[in-house]
Design a protein around this ligand. Structure first.
Ligand code: LLP
Length: 440
């Protein structure tokens, strides 16, 4: 089964609720997230609005750390900033003790602005510009993950000119199929990520000799939304073998960066088993004597966020029902881009219990791909009815655009049973505020 196109369709609304402990359907207040009625947020700030739960994020982090402890794994978490780069989110993970995995100068600047120490930042990515590398070196990032020989030479040149030495890890492409959507698999031969295993020993030795770089270890990341440990087991075995081979060749290898990719349940199915994941790490690395890093993004924030939307109208056409929302693919692009399945939950307790019939849930954008769900069993939803598009905390707002001149939605963080506006709804005029017109 394709993990991204899984049909949570088999799950009823009650099944979706049962699988999400932070959600409750209250008889008067309707759908509550972390004990806050979502109606209150929509009343105060309108829709579409992103809603995140600080408690849910912290709980995910704690569960991961507990699984590591139970499996005797000591791994440092570098939160993958790309999943949700909001400063309020970065604050949460910094306070919990996480570092950051960044893939651009912009993410680096955000992570630094959020107070994450440069030494706790790993800079990954297949195409870092000279400017970005220079900035990362000036900041003193803890590690740069190198994805090509060309990039290694580039970093060497820039660091030498700056009179500094870059700690680099070589990103290995383990040629393991993570069994996930083709658009988010990264660890098979033939995609753009990482270095072929056969090239690593030579490049590691070359890195040792080049000025301005110091090879500290091996990195890998095989893909995203991974639901079974099998691909991890295969990839980590190859990474461990590589560490052993490098050491046998006289290299010093201090760090093994195991990447992210931990999948979550978008329907009512469980996500990746944390204990199985932690045990997989333990089996692959115990006794290896390396510092372990992991780079989870989605697992930490995915289920801790939702997109709150209102029904504009229901349209019936040729026997088909369309529920048209005020949120669209420019807000949450995952269904359009990956055929990703997201639960859609009515806020009203009456709607929640009403009879169901199939509907396509769409946005107002002028593209057929602007569809959140096809043939989804939902109650009749009158104009103004509200829904929560679930599990939108990862790769949601960060992937949004202004297509169709749609301003960015507001964002709310729930913390301690209260909600805080963390991004105001964008003004229409802000869309063109930076634009210059030609004279005359
Ligand atoms: N480390 C590296 C080097 C990565 O490329 C990624 C994600 C991560 C860590 C974090 O992966 P996670 O734990 O979140 O799975 N937009 C897609 C997902 C793209 C993932 C890209 N790389 C989606 O919406 O499903």
């Amino acid at each position: 089964m394709d993990a991204m196109t899984n049909t949570g369709d088999a799950a009823s609304l009650a099944d979706l609720m049962a699988a999400r402990h932070a959600f409750k359907m209250h008889a008067q207040d309707g759908l509550c997230f972390e004990d806050v009625p979502l109606h209150a947020i929509a009343d105060a700030h309108g829709t579409p609005t992103w809603v995140y739960g600080a408690g849910s994020m912290a709980a995910q982090y704690s569960a991961l750390m507990a699984a590591f402890r139970a499996a005797n794994v000591s791994a440092h978490v570098h939160y993958a900033v790309k999943a949700n780069d909001h400063l309020a989110v970065l604050d949460i993970f910094r306070q919990l003790g996480a570092g950051a995995d960044v893939v651009s100068g912009g993410e680096l600047a955000r992570a630094r602005h959020a107070g994450i120490a440069a030494a706790d930042i790993v800079f990954s990515g297949v195409g870092k510009s000279a400017t970005e590398i220079g900035t990362a070196l000036a900041e003193g990032v803890g590690q740069i993950n190198v994805e090509s020989a060309e990039e290694l030479v580039m970093i060497s040149g820039i660091a030498s000119a700056m009179g500094t030495v870059a700690p680099v890890a070589l990103r290995m492409n383990p040629d393991v199929d993570a069994g996930t959507h083709e658009k988010i698999t990264t660890g098979v031969a033939g995609n753009k990520f990482g270095l072929a295993q056969a090239d690593i020993p030579g490049l590691y030795a070359r890195a040792r000799l080049l000025p301005g770089v110091r090879p500290v270890g091996i990195a890998l990341h095989i893909g995203s939304q991974i639901l079974s440990t099998a691909p991890y087991r295969a990839a980590y075995a190859k990474a461990t073998a590589m560490v052993i081979a490098l050491r046998a060749a006289g290299e010093s290898v201090a760090v093994l960066d195991l990447g992210g990719g931990l999948g979550i349940g978008y329907g009512d199915e469980p996500g990746l088993s944390l204990s199985a994941f932690a045990q997989t790490i333990n089996h692959a690395t115990s006794g290896l004597g390396v510092k372990l890093l992991v780079e989870p993004g989605r697992y930490l924030v995915g289920a801790a966020g939702l997109l709150l939307a209102s029904v504009i109208l229901q349209k019936h056409d040729q026997g088909k029902r369309f529920v048209v929302l005020d949120a669209a693919m420019n807000d949450l692009i995952r269904p359009a881009l990956y055929e990703a399945w997201h639960g859609i939950m009515p806020l009203s307790p009456v709607d929640y219990r009403a009879g169901l019939s199939p509907a396509d849930v769409v946005g107002p954008v002028c593209e057929s791909a602007d569809r959140f769900a096809a043939d989804r069993l939902l109650p009749a939803l009158v104009p103004g009815a509200r829904v929560a598009i679930l599990d939108a905390g990862a790769y949601g707002a960060v992937m949004s655009s202004h297509y169709n001149a749609r301003p960015r939605g507001a964002a709310i963080m729930i913390s301690g049973g209260r909600f805080h506006l963390i991004t105001p709804r964008q003004d229409i005029a802000a869309l063109w505020a930076d634009e210059q017109r030609l004279p005359g």
